[in-house]
Design a protein around this ligand. Structure first.
Ligand SMILES: Cc1cc2nc3c(=O)[nH]c(=O)nc-3n(C[C@H](O)[C@H](O)[C@H](O)COP(=O)(O)OP(=O)(O)OC[C@H]3O[C@@H](n4cnc5c(N)ncnc54)[C@H](O)[C@@H]3O)c2cc1C
Length: 485
């Protein structure tokens, strides 16, 4: 397929998605209302959400300044360009229904790689529980398999969303914020117990390599219903694949930053926001300060919590900033010296209950049998345990765990990169997760503007997840400012 026919294909997909979700299509950085005022807007954070809002506002004639604490743009999107295959340490892949992400990539001429040829390899994982490798054919009758009879063929990681999919009361992702759904704002643990499942099953099917929460007890099943409905809404469109940007997803952020009239100001860590005067003022840790008519803040609440805001945010929104949690997740990239999996005949991907966590191989869709590197996903309690160690010790412990499970890997793994998102002071974790009761308590409050301060960031998205959620939120903040005239 040529680049231009691909471009049309994805633009069409975007329109289809927006139509399916009942949204008015916004075609590439809209010119909906021609700018009336040259309002100054300060945007805090050059992740996807902040950069998207900045681009939309500039298109409408606003003067925009983006302040970024880090020495790079992209936030939780981070491509390891120096590692073969450009593996991602942050935002990894997106569905073909990620309309805004795809549209943005198209706009900047970024080619998208269709991962369809890789998907079967990605799903195939060597299972290891209690230090024992369990061959695929033995799993259905294995004593550790406590899944219900009709699901015993599924690997442990596939059960929860399969079961939730057939018991999800949400018919559209954004319904998780509807009051009549708040009866489901209970823990995943309680919900599974009510469905008749044992704690042993919860441990196997949810707590192992946990993707949302620290355990099934501290995350709301209503949030998982949203996650599940979002995935289903993508599949319903009929495009069951995953995409990555050629050269890495970071290119999407970099191109959005390059497109701005004013360069993103890097190394500007905002420490306080003063909204008490006629214009809003932010101060940075290097002693500089900036004023604007409006501010959009894209910081995850785990970071925002440490920033002083005057006048103070009160009520449920303040409660949200203090208590909305972020997923702990560490990523370790390893380059194999040789394809050691060929000597033991098992998939290089692994799903374990040890420090090795979950391992996924980085493959190129053009030659899916070729593995460039391995990415170890270390989540929840595993990440917390590793964060208590010195970095070298943490990396050595994970490699030791892989080698213990798989002697063929001994001496074959070269460390290429390691990142703890929780120890990163500008993210303090990954995606936000909602504890039982929090959606009801402050779900509708968290993104409400506070004086001249507006909010965006994936944690404020209500219809989309991850990277698309980040763009959705930037678009919402843009509209809030546009509506002010
Ligand atoms: C390991 C991992 C895997 C993921 N996989 C996927 C996936 O497959 N698909 C998907 O859709 N999504 C995925 N995501 C999620 C996705 O990457 C995020 O949802 C999205 O990038 C968040 O964008 P954001 O703009 O909301 O936040 P951020 O990217 O966190 O942006 C906030 C910005 O604010 C900056 N900042 C912080 N503090 C300050 C301060 N005091 N002053 C100024 N600036 C500050 C930060 O440096 C950052 O650049 C993944 C994330 C991770 C970490």
């Amino acid at each position: 397929m040529t680049k231009s026919s691909k471009k049309n294909k994805y633009s069409d997909i975007r329109r289809t998605l927006l139509k399916a979700m009942g949204y008015a299509p916004i075609l590439s950085f809209p010119n909906i209302i021609r700018s009336k005022a040259s309002t100054d807007v300060l945007i805090i954070g050059a992740g996807l959400s902040g950069l998207y809002a900045a681009n939309l506002l500039e298109e409408e004639g606003y003067k925009v300044t983006v302040l970024e604490a880090d020495k790079r743009v992209g936030g939780r999107v981070l491509t390891q360009k120096e590692i073969p295959g450009n593996p991602e340490t942050g935002g990894t892949a997106f569905g073909s229904g990620y309309a805004r992400v795809i549209d943005t990539a198209n706009r900047f001429g970024i080619n998208l790689i269709d991962l369809k040829p890789v998907i079967p390899y990605f799903r195939e994982r060597t299972l290891s529980l209690g230090g024992e490798i369990i061959p695929k054919e033995e799993w259905p009758s294995h004593p550790r398999n406590v899944l219900p009879d009709e699901f015993r063929n599924l690997p442990p990681n596939a059960f929860f969303h399969t079961f939730l999919g057939s018991n999800n009361p949400l018919s559209a992702p954004q319904e998780w914020m509807n009051e009549d759904q708040f009866i489901h704002d209970i823990s995943v643990h309680e919900w599974l117990n009510k469905k008749g499942f044992s704690d042993e099953l919860v441990d196997l099917a949810y707590n192992l390599n946990i993707s949302h929460g620290y355990s099934a007890k501290d995350v709301s099943v209503l949030m998982l219903m949203f996650v599940n409905a979002f995935a289903a809404s993508q599949s319903r469109l009929g495009f069951q694949t995953s995409l990555v940007a050629d050269g890495g997803n970071i290119r999407i952020a970099e191109e959005m930053a390059n497109n701005l009239k004013h360069e993103v100001l890097l190394n500007k860590e905002v420490t306080s926001i003063d909204l008490s005067q006629d214009s809003a003022k932010v101060s940075c840790d290097d002693g500089t300060s900036f004023s604007a008519d409006r501010i959009i803040c894209s910081l995850p609440f785990s970071v925002l919590e440490g920033i002083s805001i005057y006048p103070k945010i009160m009520g449920p929104q303040s409660q949200a900033i203090k208590s909305l949690k972020s997923q702990k997740i560490n990523m370790l990239h390893l380059v194999p010296k040789k394809p050691f999996w060929e000597s033991d005949g098992m998939s290089p991907n692994m799903y374990t209950d040890q420090l090795a966590g979950m391992i996924l191989s980085q493959r190129q869709a053009s030659s899916p049998e070729k593995v460039d590197s391995l990415t170890v996903w270390l989540r929840g309690p595993i990440a917390e345990r590793l964060d208590r160690m010195d970095q070298n010790e943490a990396i050595a412990s994970v490699i030791q765990s892989i080698e213990d499970l798989r002697p063929s890997a001994k001496g074959q793994l070269e460390v290429a990169a390691y990142h703890s998102w929780f120890l990163n002071p500008y993210s303090k974790g990954d995606w936000a997760y909602w504890a039982p009761g929090q959606i009801k308590e402050f779900g509708r409050e968290i993104s409400k503007p506070h004086h001249r301060l507006h909010f965006c960031g994936e944690h404020t998205a209500i219809a989309n997840r991850g990277m698309e959620g980040a763009l959705e939120s930037g678009e919402r903040a843009f509209f809030e400012i546009l509506d002010l005239g």
